[in-house]
Design a binder for this molecule. Structure first.
Ligand code: PLP
Length: 397
């Protein structure tokens, strides 16, 4: 018999299983609200116009080749990514390019385990499905959820969050969503961020900011970087896991940057050198194509303006869908309060629908939605929003 015979089949990854089922479904009015990617008004994937333009230039550039990149990635990319995030350059900031936000989180987990001896990581309850797995694969034996979503108020459980973080044992890591929290769409206010930073400082918690949606919450890149810049201004030494999957629509190109904020240039240099060794044994060096697109755009004032327009297009469409879904639910008299839909930020809305209601949307109405009730706002289009609102009304009534 096979050497693999005793291997158990792994549990399906919910979001990818839903997408596969959706693709097979022949129902004409099916709607996919599960995927974590932007969709245009026709429900189609969208290549940003600025990305198309840069790719066309790259295709005919004879100076480009397929040589390996340096272990830490493209220098132009890393520098520009940090400036975009922190608003300035400084010799105490450094970056390591990695395959997507996921790659940067892997680096953060491996580094904190190896050099700080961390065992405990705090993640929000709920959080992006991959956080726990990444840190447990890196050897973290204690994955603790801090309170975050207040189901009754459909907002942030700020007091619960602080209370849980105050109980952090020494050498803890905390993952904080810098902006546009996935899956709830609920972000702390600036005052609340100040309180969170205070507890992290008191408890000496190592902060890993996960910044996967810069530009998606407010439409403004600087506004969305506020929390990261605040921690930097407060003198924290910390990591920021930066992803360009969403704000450049470069999902399958795997573009991420682990931004290191250290006390001084010497501490940064030492940290980067060790991160490079982790990269060397993990994937040796990162992919080029997407990072080169991002570097080209961020380093050209004209292309940068065009990119900002593209971000504006995406964020405005999401805001419009939030407003329309809310007003449709109100207009048909859907029971319950739905104002959280327009208060939440970013790509997702945590609707408050329970697992049973979400399952009914799926089975009866062919609306593909995560069991948690999370919906991707850009899965909604002018053509399907009435259908979705009616179906939500039907399952909650
Ligand atoms: N962090 C959060 C909160 C996310 O939602 C995602 C993607 O959905 C990521 C990180 C990772 O993104 P990437 O596709 O760049 O690996």
């Amino acid at each position: 018999s096979s050497i693999f015979a005793d291997i158990q089949i792994a549990k399906p990854i919910e979001v990818f299983a839903l997408i596969a089922d959706y693709n097979k479904d022949e129902f004409k009015e099916k709607v996919n609200l599960s995927v974590g990617a932007y969709r245009d008004t026709d429900g189609k994937p969208w290549v940003l116009p600025i990305v198309r333009r840069v790719e066309a230039q790259m295709a005919s550039d004879p100076t480009l080749n397929h040589e390996y990149l340096p272990v830490a990635g493209l220098v132009d990319f890393r520098k520009a990514a940090i400036k975009l995030l922190l608003g300035e350059e400084d010799s105490r900031y450094g970056g390591v390019q990695a395959p997507g936000g996921t790659g940067t989180l892997r680096l953060a987990a491996a580094f904190t385990k190896k050099f700080f001896g961390c065992d405990t990581v705090f993640v929000s309850k709920p959080t992006w499905g991959n956080h726990k797995g990444i840190f447990s694969d890196a050897g973290f034996s204690n994955i603790v959820e801090y309170r975050y979503w207040n189901a009754e108020e459909k907002g942030l459980d700020y007091d619960g969050m602080l209370e849980d973080l105050r109980n952090a044992p020494p050498k803890s890591v905390v993952i904080l969503h810098a902006v546009a929290h996935n899956p709830t769409g609920v972000d702390p206010t600036q005052d609340q961020w100040e309180g969170i930073a205070k507890v992290c400082r008191e408890q000496d918690i190592f902060v890993v900011m996960d910044c996967a949606y810069q530009g998606f919450a407010s439409g403004n890149l600087d506004t969305d970087a506020w929390s990261c810049r605040y921690f930097k201004d407060q003198g924290f030494e910390f990591f920021i896991c930066q992803s360009f999957s969403k704000n450049f629509g470069l999902y399958n190109e795997r573009v991420g940057n682990l931004c290191v904020v250290a006390k001084d240039c010497d501490a940064k240099m030492k940290t980067l050198s060790q991160l490079e060794l982790i990269v060397r044994t993990a994937w040796s060096n990162p992919p080029n194509h997407g990072a080169r697109i991002v570097a080209t755009v961020l380093n050209s004032p004209q292309a940068y303006e065009q990119w900002k327009n593209d971000i504006h297009t995406m964020s405005q469409r999401i805001l419009l869908m939030r407003q329309q879904l809310l007003s449709k639910l109100k207009a048909i008299g859907c029971p319950g309060t739905w104002d959280h839909i327009t208060k939440q930020k970013g790509m997702f809305s945590y609707t408050g629908l329970n697992a049973q209601q979400s399952d009914m949307l799926l089975k009866k109405y062919h609306i593909y939605i995560m069991k948690s009730g999370r919906i991707n706002m850009c899965g909604l289009t002018p053509a399907n929003i009435d259908y979705v609102a009616e179906a939500i009304n039907a399952v909650v009534t």
